[in-house]
Design a protein around this ligand. Structure first.
Ligand code: SF4
Length: 799
């Protein structure tokens, strides 16, 4: 008998497992999801990585959570005694406990956590989770902003008044020069890697700054092997060369940055009209006009200098008459140039380990091959000086004059939509945790650090957190100081966690909810970010197969829970379609059209450049900063006691800063994403784990031979916080004093006999267990996962 032809369906969509959101075609055979293929017709669909191709394994994995579970035994008991319960029981109990906490201690006593959208599919639901948090009345969201996103989204707000390069993305299609800093798109965003390869083919130049020769570094015109955490010194040195040689866009600096504004020598403040006359305005600033040889006023509300900007001085010392006598001032740009002058290529080389000739070469390339498009990632964000690094790179970028120009960093046009992260009837929220300690940090935007949550639980400072609503965030493995984290989560009055798999963090929950994978649910994506064509695309991703067991999408969980909390009016009484319609309202794209066209709809939008120069109410749009200019000199930072200019601050846990620690732990410990796994996920998938059986640490052959270590040996990575184990991999492209570990190891893969690792034990391999939270960026709270101190020893009976 002839066998029946299989029924094969090919469903267009995109892989949502990481920020790349690669356009894809899901292959479904006889109702079973069997493969994921790239969809080259999609603007992010040139290729898929191994994780995307392993999607069916993820969906059908034997360890998937399939039913809501309730803990029946105390936390700390090796057996949580999980009991299967119904969704009604799980969500009613959750709503009751959350309401009780809010009534007794205020809604701020409940924190929310979400896996980073950069390395998970949480983006499908993030806006709705944020809406739930705000509707509930909590200001506390842990989304790993201090580790992944601060530099590219929020730190540069103090320079550009906008997220650069997070929202103003590199226009790789038209760039003359591409600068990747602490960013390996091969691993972090495949769609950027494929676009970069296309750009290189047409002749674009590439500069990569990375302690490792990873990914596209091998294809770069210049690879700058920076010492981990010394990136600001390198950025200042590049800026120094550019300023000294005149390689900067004077018109942009004069007209669009606050470089011409005069800074008072006596107090470091920008000179204002009020300083010159009691009748003057403290909101109008003063620059020096060289043609007139006198001060001129700049009014931010008009965006104009009296007499225009062409004759404004960028350098010099000027004396102006004030009621109290003469005031000595210099333009902000002169201060910046002076700050950069301290980092000549030779001086910087001694700090950041990059050869002076390479610094000169890279600076020249940045100028001659512009427009420059840049992207930076967590390599420069997981640092104790993360904010200053972001500021230093941002001011370097301003010199190129490429901001929001074709081929530079551009805010690509997207379909206009309603902001659903904001609630319709917002109630006043309590200050977020951490706001008092770091008023300019992530808490300003209601992003709190894991350490702030742990402190609020264990020490009730600045107030008590007693409840946690978790969506996929594996805090105890993804963040530092997991033992303290475990103690904190165990001390919560109530913890509900939604996830695909049980993990070391979820194990401490009271209720665990099974989540549908990205391939089992619908999701709306407005803009795919990486190019004008990608950002104009609106797509409603279809489910490829039905959810397994009783799993539900995070979005469905949010809507249902919201209704049970009495917040149904903010959630369309649980009707997700109605919510999507509201979100799409301003776009002219209907939900019905999106359902009919699963490959997505191109919104009729046009990307414009140099939007800052466009007119609004008779004045240039400018920048969303206090001076309406790019703030090379930030009075906001100054007012909070920080340097108004970008500066290099030695990493707090480095051989230079802590010789006492370095005496015992002489190697600089950095880490990098694994190509095969998204952070702490995916190690249970046989097709991936087969190619990476064990946790590894890379070290230079010299460092290895000094320690009697050979390739493949099991070694102990020791820091002042403890030790974990890994296998040695030799890498002669690393600096001899730098080692590179891998984080996220805990999961086993029994199908191929690959073990799991206790994430809280020295016999485990959880790299973040040996990173402390004691030395952090004073502005953002960022933690030094990329620049710490360690020792490596070959494992033997005593080690
Ligand atoms: S890079 Fe890989 S995991 Fe990320 S979206 Fe693309 S295919 Fe999925």
């Amino acid at each position: 008998m002839a066998s029946e032809k299989p029924s094969i369906e090919r469903i267009p969509g995109y892989c949502a497992l990481c920020v790349s959101r690669c356009g894809s075609i899901a292959v479904v055979e006889n109702g079973r999801f069997v493969g994921l293929e790239p969809d080259p017709s999609h603007p992010t669909g040139q290729a898929l990585c191994a994780k995307g191709r392993a999607a069916p394994e993820l969906v059908y994995h034997a360890d998937r959570l399939l039913y809501p579970l309730q803990r029946t035994r105390p936390k700390g008991d090796p057996d949580p005694g999980w009991r299967r319960i119904t969704w009604d029981e799980a969500l009613d109990l959750t709503a009751t406990r959350l309401r009780q906490l809010a009534q007794a201690y205020g809604p701020e006593s409940v924190a929310f956590s979400v896996a980073s959208p950069s390395t998970s599919a949480s983006v499908d639901s993030t806006l709705w989770i944020e809406r739930l948090m705000r509707a509930f009345g909590s200001p506390n969201l842990s989304m790993s902003m201090e580790l992944c996103g601060w530099g590219r989204y929020l730190a540069t707000v103090y320079t550009y008044g906008a997220s650069v390069p997070g929202a103003y993305m590199p226009d790789l299609e038209h760039a003359g020069c591409i600068l990747f800093w602490g960013y390996n798109p091969n691993v972090a965003r495949l769609s950027h890697a494929t676009a970069t390869m296309a750009a290189l083919k047409r002749g674009a130049r590439l500069i990569v700054v990375d302690p490792r020769r990873a990914g596209l570094a091998g294809r770069a015109d210049v690879w700058l092997q920076v010492r981990p955490g010394a990136d600001a010194a390198l950025a200042l040195a590049l800026a120094h060369v550019m300023i000294e040689r005149g390689w900067y866009d004077r018109d942009f600096i004069r007209e669009w940055t606050n470089g011409p504004l005069l800074v008072r020598a006596d107090n470091g403040r920008l000179l204002t009209e009020y300083d010159l006359s009691a009748e003057g305005s403290a909101q109008r600033y003063v620059a020096w006009n060289e043609a007139k040889r006198g001060p001129v006023l700049y009014d931010p509300s008009l965006g104009r200098y009296a007499g225009g900007s062409s004759d404004l001085a960028l350098f010099g010392v000027f004396t102006v008459d004030a009621p109290q006598g003469k005031l000595v001032c210099r333009p902000a740009f002169d201060h910046l140039a002076e700050a950069c002058r301290r980092y000549s290529p030779e001086a910087a080389a001694a700090i950041c380990s990059v050869e002076p000739g390479q610094i000169e070469h890279a600076a020249q390339l940045l100028w001659e091959a512009r427009p420059v498009a840049y992207y930076a990632w967590s390599g420069v964000e997981q640092q104790t000086n993360a904010t200053q690094i972001a500021r230093a790179i941002a001011q370097l970028y301003a010199l190129t004059g490429s901001f929001d120009t074709k081929g530079g960093n551009v805010l690509f046009a997207a379909a206009p939509t309603a902001n659903v992260a904001a609630v319709t009837a917002p109630a006043p929220l309590a200050p977020a945790l951490g706001l008092a300690d770091r008023p300019l940090g992530p808490s300003r935007w209601q992003h709190v650090t894991s350490d702030e949550i742990y402190r609020a639980i264990l020490e009730q400072q600045p107030y008590a957190v007693r409840g946690l609503v978790g969506f996929g965030a594996n805090l105890l493995v993804a963040h530092a100081d997991g033992r303290r984290g475990r103690e904190a989560l165990a001390a919560l009055d109530f913890y509900v966690h939604a996830d695909l798999f049980m993990n070391p963090t979820a194990e401490l929950a009271d209720i665990v909810l099974p989540v549908a994978s990205a391939f089992e649910r619908e999701a709306l994506k407005i803009g795919f970010e990486v190019s004008a064509a990608a950002q104009a695309l609106v797509q409603l991703r279809r489910p490829v197969v039905a959810p397994r067991g009783e799993a539900r999408s995070d979005t469905a969980i949010v809507f249902d829970l919201a209704c049970r909390l009495g917040l149904g009016s903010e959630f369309w009484e649980g009707d997700v379609d109605a919510a999507y319609r509201y979100q799409l309202g301003p776009s002219d794209v209907s939900l019905e059209t999106l359902r009919e066209q699963p490959g997505g709809v191109r919104a009729p939008v046009q990307t414009r450049y140099r939007k800052f120069a466009g007119q609004r109410d008779g004045a240039p749009q400018g920048f969303a900063t206090p001076t309406h200019k790019v703030e090379l000199y930030s009075e906001t930072l100054l007012a909070h006691g920080y340097s108004p200019l970008p500066e290099h601050v030695e990493p707090l846990v480095s051989p230079q800063a802590r010789p006492d620690i370095a005496e015992h732990y002489p190697l600089i410990l950095t880490c990098a994403k694994h190509t095969l796994f998204c952070e702490s996920q995916h190690r249970g998938l046989p097709s991936l784990r087969r190619h990476a059986l064990d946790p590894e640490v890379e070290l230079h052959p010299l460092a290895a031979s000094e320690r009697g270590i050979r390739a493949g040996d099991w070694v102990r990575i020791e820091t002042s916080q403890g030790s974990v184990q890994a296998r040695a991999r030799l890498n002669d492209a690393l600096a001899p004093n730098v080692v590179c570990g891998q984080h996220g190891w805990w999961q086993s893969c029994p199908e191929i006999g690959a073990p799991g690792y206790d994430p809280f034990s020295r016999d485990g391999a959880n790299l973040n267990l040996i990173i402390g939270n004691e030395a952090i960026d004073p502005i953002s709270g960022s933690v030094p996962h990329r620049a710490y101190l360690c020792q490596i020893r070959r494992m033997g009976p005593d080690v």
